[in-house]
Write a protein that binds this ligand. Sequence first.
Ligand code: SF4
Length: 255
Amino acid sequence: MNDSTLPSRPWFKYIFSGLTVFLLLLAAMGSYVAVRFWSHSASAALVWALPAFVFFLMALLPAIFYLCLKLNVRNGFFYFAQRYCVRLYFPLILFLGERLRIDKELLVKELVQYNNKYVIKRHGNTLAPQDLLILLPHCLQVRDCDYRVTTDIGRCVGCGRCSIHHFVRIGKEYGVNICTATGGTLARRIIREQRPRAIVAVACSRDLYSGLSDTFPLPVVGVFNQLHHGPCIDTSVDTSAVEGAVRQLLQKNYV
Ligand code: SF4
């Protein structure tokens, strides 16, 4: 959501396109060899045809996913292709990106950026406040604060030393639920108990990526926190980005 944190080059998109074209080429080559072999030996032809078919499917599903997104088509093919991309294709792209020495954090930020656009486009102005959950990492609270907000953000007395007091205000103003979690297990428990229809989640790139995969197909808008003092210590976040996402998701009569 915060444009200043976005990568300057769309590496994720480059790898997505490159990998899809590469798989199609492999499929075409395998099919060509299979056809050439067919008149001599059917079994030899099959040895080439089967992997060609698998490569073709591997490339076809992301292409379907991309086209459906662009054409705003939502059907069974789209959801199947989406599941395939989230579970297999995107992790493969991140893996290849790492092998190509592209910063994984940049790739994840780009992926989250696409995800956010999709979630806002699909679910924008459709939610009531009780359907929305803002999930925060506990490290947004400064270490030496005496008021533990992990169980109840309302304990914050608003001294202004960290971002938490902004979220107290956002919670009151929009009526949305706000929880802080000390880790993935607690976050999953909160989601299970509250059963939101959508989440605005603040996290570092690593946690946000695993969170998006874990909670799929639940729509999640991700906002990165800033790690000025290293991971998990006194982090901060652009609260206007979180508030912007909330305003975009809520029905118009609530904002
Ligand atoms: S703003 Fe709230 S949570 Fe943050 S340090 Fe002050 S009292 Fe603690």
